[in-house]
Ligand binder design. Structure first.
Ligand SMILES: [Zn+2]
Length: 490
């Protein structure tokens, strides 16, 4: 039977659809009363229960127990930050490549990616008036520096883009501080991405942006920022939230603020980095691919254990665990450790360009890039039928208490190209709400992570990859999916 037939079509042929009600799956959206899936498909998924249990036990209490944390700890301690263009990243890429080769995975390769290298240099921001105060700041990725010497300028503080616009030309020649409200990462990150553009349009000479987080211990957050063609490029940096608030309070009291900003940031074009890719070949449908992705690069100010060392290690660990159990699904499981994610998904974009003709055989894609904490389920983008199949597959994760399906997927920037082509795509959802507290800061370290939670997440990934790679039917593509540019979290 064609897997592309809808359940309603099948119903007209007097076949019965299995119904999964909202009460059985807490993740089912309000108002949904049913989840159509062919009976034989539901039954087939259920038959994976013993094997799922075996995989989970292998990671939680068998030979894989503790390995993911240990490997991650060794990785981040050995190579440090893996900033694009750094020796740390080059050595980390080699480490992953050699490890996958030594473990006898197939088609292990380092694929070149053309990259610009952004160099931070030294940087500082100092409040000179109304009193001297060194400000807790960090420059933003892709920012220009202050090559002609420090910028010393009067400073204004605004709460929003709208407030800046209302000031007319009052921002001209000044440093603009955005002390925007933190609503959520997705709502507030626009200030980091576009703050320098807005400030430059208003005549500002630099933009200092409140770090995009709801919690801070004087830990400013870096991240990518944008420029716009035709708008002057001015330096952009983030302030720790405490200091953004301090400046705002002083400004509201009518004090004249003067800040001195110095940034050694500059960019070197046409360098090379590498994606690392490897396969566990499918037993019978080896041309079909389930992709398990993470990114290997990180920012320069932390260890990158959370963003995204953990994601890399659970992808790798999932394949190692399956291999050691002798489990080889019908389809190929491919791990892709992409480079340059932090500078705009450079590695994955290059990969999808280089392998455009093969993407039609990609049947499912997974990404973990929001920290590896206790798993609770999946964020997913795909058709209604695909969602239904996933809800059934997630029932296999009951021993991990990780059966939630949230639609759409929000945290899979390296999968945007596949999502746009309708490939069913999912990201790991976890119980930790603190990801956006530490990511892109000096606090992104192994200390934030827990060995048992990494085991759970690796087990979750292994079960999911195996089942999606092995089912007799494919999760259908969604030909209606559209991804808005810039929708993903960077
Ligand atoms: Zn990341």
């Amino acid at each position: 039977m064609s897997v592309t037939k809808s359940c309603s079509v099948v119903l007209t042929a007097i076949l019965v659809c299995a119904m999964l009600t909202g009460s059985q799956t807490p993740s089912v959206q309000e108002g949904r009363s049913e989840c159509p899936i062919l009976v034989e498909h539901a039954r087939e998924i259920e038959e994976y229960k013993p094997i799922a249990r075996k995989i989970i036990d292998f990671f939680l209490s068998g030979d894989m127990r503790g390995r993911t944390y240990k490997n991650l700890n060794n990785f981040v301690d050995s190579y440090g930050p893996r900033m694009l263009g750094s020796s740390g990243l080059r050595r980390a890429v080699t480490h992953v490549y050699r490890g996958l080769t030594r473990q006898n995975f197939s088609n292990v390769r380092m694929e070149p990616v053309n990259i610009p290298v952004w160099v931070r240099g030294t940087e500082s921001a100092t409040l000179l008036r109304p009193r001297l105060q060194r400000l807790s700041m960090v420059g933003l990725g892709d920012s220009v520096g202050t090559p002609d010497g420090p910028i010393r300028a009067e400073t204004i503080v605004v709460r929003s883009f709208k407030e800046l616009e209302a000031l007319g030309d009052k921002a001209s020649g000044k440093i603009v501080v955005f002390n925007q409200e933190f609503i959520s990462y997705d709502d507030s990150v626009s200030y980091r991405l576009n703050g320098a553009i807005a400030a430059a349009k208003a005549g500002g000479v630099a933009a200092l942006i409140r770090s995009v987080t709801n919690h801070s211990l004087l830990t400013p957050h870096t991240g990518l920022m944008y420029y716009q063609k035709g708008v002057p490029k001015i330096p952009g940096a983030c302030l720790a939230t405490e200091h953004a608030d301090l400046l705002h309070r002083l400004y509201r009291r009518g004090k004249k603020l003067v800040i001195q900003l110095q940034m050694g940031a500059h960019t070197i074009q046409n360098k090379t980095s590498n994606n690392v890719v490897a396969d566990l070949p499918g037993a019978s449908l080896s041309e079909k691919v389930v992709l398990i992705s993470a990114h290997i690069d990180s920012w320069d100010i932390g260890q990158g254990a959370v963003d995204d060392g953990g994601g890399l290690m659970i992808a790798w660990g999932a394949l190692v665990g399956l291999k050691r159990l002798g489990l080889r699904p019908r389809r190929t499981l491919r791990v892709a450790m992409f480079t340059g994610e932090e500078f705009g998904t450079l590695g994955s974009n290059q990969y999808y360009r280089d392998h455009a003709a093969e993407l039609r055989d990609f049947v499912f894609a997974l990404e973990s890039d929001e920290g590896v904490f206790s798993p609770r389920g999946l964020g997913f983008t795909g058709s209604e039928r695909a969602q239904c199949i996933l809800r059934h597959v997630l029932q296999l994760m009951t021993p991990l208490n990780a059966t939630v399906l949230e639609v759409p997927m929000l945290g899979g920037p390296d999968l945007d190209v596949l999502v746009a082509q309708g490939v069913p795509s999912a990201c790991l959802l976890t119980r930790n709400q603190q990801y956006f507290t530490v990511h892109h800061t000096s606090a992104d370290s192994i200390a934030v992570l827990d060995t048992a939670e990494l085991d759970q997440a690796a087990a979750f990934w292994a079960v999911l990859a195996f089942v999606l790679g092995d089912l007799s039917f494919e999760v259908p593509r969604d030909i209606t999916t559209r991804v808005e540019p810039g929708m993903s979290r960077l």
